[in-house]
Design a protein around this ligand. Structure first.
Ligand code: NAP
Length: 245
């Protein structure tokens, strides 16, 4: 048993989710780390006195079992997600689109539905969803990802209205370029292509994003930070960047 409030972080096995788990533990939460790579979550859980529970957001049974293991929940960070592929609409790969919508959109829907009763019952719940600047505008060759992130953002922003009158805050975090395994996943393990995404630009670190998540989570409960957009200084939008060297 712990008297710390419980925070759930999905996609906590790497990148932004792993950094967020650490930041929230530092802020006083008992963190439940969910992802498919449980070995990685278990390592971080041991480090921060948290709990690792297997979670595949694309599998409704896995989400139900995960939620059953989290009877109390004060904070949910919907972070699991990512991109697959980058091609014009004319050549779009349907399987990649299905992966992106299943993971970012339906996954967020499933986990949110499963934990919402506990968040409301806590009397002071909070849902933080990591969408992206891809939820702000289109970019060429990115329709699968921008489409999924827009849909995920709409789910989250709609809840802001639907939950009025309930004790649940809603914060959307929209990062620009963050150096994580994101591009490695997007380009199917092609490390050289993934490295090219970050060439000549000092990207955000996962800790930079975790900082703002922890900031939003630690405001007084009457304060709802609706949206936080953060980008590297050398990035003006998804397509406009100043690359050096
Ligand atoms: P990352 O290092 O690839 O992390 C993605 C996380 O999502 C991993 O922990 C992964 O865990 C988890 N995940 C993927 N599929 C899952 C599934 N089916 N069930 C449960 N967990 C799953 O990338 P990241 O950059 O930290 O991405 C985190 C979030 O930030 C994503 O939603 C991404 O779209 C968003 N974002 C990233 C950037 C960027 O530039 N990096 C910018 C804006 C927004 P397992 O593989 O172990 O399951």
């Amino acid at each position: 048993m712990t008297d710390r409030p419980t925070a759930v972080v999905t996609g906590a096995s790497s990148g932004i989710g792993a950094a967020t788990a650490r930041a929230l533990a530092k802020a006083g939460f008992h963190v439940v780390l969910g992802a498919r790579r449980t070995d990685r979550c278990a390592e971080i859980a041991a480090e921060i006195d948290g709990t690792a529970v297997r979670l595949d957001v694309t599998d409704s049974e896995s989400v139900s079992a995960f939620a059953a293991a989290v009877p109390d929940c004060r904070l949910l960070v919907n972070n699991a997600g990512g991109a697959k592929g980058m091609e014009p609409v004319a050549e779009a790969d349907e399987e990649n689109w299905r992966w992106m919508f299943e993971t970012n959109v339906i996954g967020t829907l499933r986990v949110t539905q499963a934990l919402l009763p506990a968040l409301i019952a806590s009397g002071d719940g909070h849902i933080i969803t990591v969408t992206s600047i891809a939820a702000l505008e289109p970019y060429d060759n990115g329709a699968g990802y921008t489409g999924a992130k827009h849909a995920q953002a709409m789910l989250h922003r709609t809840l802001r209205g639907e939950l009025l009158g309930q004790p649940v805050r809603l914060t959307e975090v929209l990062p620009g370029l963050v150096e994580t395994e994101f591009s490695l996943v997007r380009f199917d393990g092609d490390a050289e292509r993934a490295a090219g995404v970050y060439r000549g630009i000092e990207a955000l670190t996962p800790d930079d994003v975790a900082d703002v998540v922890a900031f939003a989570a630690t405001r007084p409960s009457n304060v709802n930070i609706d949206q936080i957009v953060l980008k590297p200084r050398n990035q003006a939008s998804a397509t406009r960047m100043n690359r050096e060297g």
